[in-house]
Design a protein around this ligand. Sequence first.
Ligand SMILES: C[S@@+](CC[C@H](N)C(=O)[O-])C[C@H]1O[C@@H](n2cnc3c(N)ncnc32)[C@H](O)[C@@H]1O
Length: 216
Amino acid sequence: MSATSDPVTERHFQYIAERTLQEDDLLRSLKREARAEGIPAIWISPEQASLMQILLRLVKAREVVEVGTLAGYSAISMARALPPEGRVRTIEISPHHADFARRWVARSDVAGRVDVHLGDGREVLRSFGTDTADAAFLDADKAGYPVYLTESLRIVRRGGLIMVDNAFAFGQLFDEHPTDREVGAVRTFNEVMAREPALQSIIVPIGDGLWVGVKP
Ligand SMILES: C[S@@+](CC[C@H](N)C(=O)[O-])C[C@H]1O[C@@H](n2cnc3c(N)ncnc32)[C@H](O)[C@@H]1O
């Protein structure tokens, strides 16, 4: 027993990865084609996808909202953890990314379970009804996170789940002179999330740090 946690090292991540369900041919091909079309390789890892699927199953999620579709990797992964009538509403501001994701969702096993909404998360989220989702996953521009959180708290039902990516700010959380311009926004958001009274949440050290919050 220990009152502290062991630091998670590269080796631990590797160990976890080697013991996690691997991605199938569709997701492997999606990543290859996305790179070929110039889409940045900033999708979640298979380990993170697996954790998110487990959490979605635990809250018996049917309806999921996502901000930041990119190539559709996380949307397809999450949709696979939903029942057949389930749905992921995923929002993407880039027409190129949204078009790519739509094409790959259409050829996936969850074609009827993912709706790609083209637009700014700030606006599209406002059009979603209150208490219409069981879970939300925020993975877009970090400056938008506070607004996405406020909207998600309205959209996600009590007992639902709110997950937010990149709590470790692309590995630069503690850098004195970070090179990524979004690091400041992540640091600010982490304080907002830590103090949000409407959620019980914790950063899970997987991927680039995943905030997992439950709305009691
Ligand atoms: C990190 S990627 C998402 C990765 C994806 N969730 C996955 O793991 O497969 C971030 C995406 O958010 C999109 N994005 C950025 N600002 C946005 C906004 N204001 N509204 C919606 N999407 C936005 C970007 O174009 C990019 O495709």
